[in-house]
Design a protein around this ligand. Structure first.
Ligand code: NI
Length: 179
């Protein structure tokens, strides 16, 4: 029997969807075909979504999302990073940087300044189950931290000052009323 396994574009959940607050489940078997399929679909979704540098499984409409993040910050889509069970082991420095999120109305210019460590070292398994240890800085470091937050049910809005958060929530309310 001919069996075709099509890749699929997954729905990106939008704040304040409570599923964004799910804590992702550690992956115990990277060879599981279901896990491979989720990774393929996540990359497909990443590459088909304009201006998307990273996505985490908790942002997608998945039951019991696994601890998987996909990142490609290149404009040519040629630097795919699949991070399974990522853990930050070292942090250094701190600075503010404006962040936005695919789950927070990316077409409506919503963003906010978030203070995070500049440099991190993290470990993760790649798609083949190889243990990676990577020192990251700049935008890539930001992306990894933002995405690991997602796997813990945290959105960048949670890091904003209460005043800024109120302003953003007001803006989002207006967007939702127009939808
Ligand atoms: Ni995000």
């Amino acid at each position: 029997m001919l069996y075709l396994n099509y890749m699929a574009i997954l729905e990106i959940l939008q704040y304040p969807d409570l599923r964004l607050r799910t804590k992702a489940t550690p992956v115990t078997d990277v060879k599981d075909p279901q896990i491979k399929k989720i990774i393929d679909d996540m990359f497909e979704t990443l590459y088909k979504t304009p201006n998307c540098a990273g996505l985490s499984a908790t942002q997608l409409n998945l039951q019991n999302p696994p601890r998987i993040t996909v990142i490609d910050e290149s404009s040519t889509n040629k630097q795919p990073f699949c991070l399974i069970n990522p853990v930050i082991t070292v942090t250094e420095g701190k600075s503010n940087y404006v962040e936005a999120c695919m789950s927070v109305y990316p077409d409506y210019n919503i963003s906010g300044k978030v203070a995070r460590p500049d440099r991190i070292t993290f470990t993760a398994l790649d798609r083949d189950g190889t243990l990676l240890e990577i020192a990251a800085e700049g935008f890539f470091s930001r992306c990894v931290q933002h995405e690991i937050d997602h796997l813990n049910g945290i959105i960048y809005l949670d890091h904003l000052s209460s005043l800024k958060r109120k302003m953003v929530d007001k803006k989002i309310k207006k967007i939702l009323l127009k939808m």
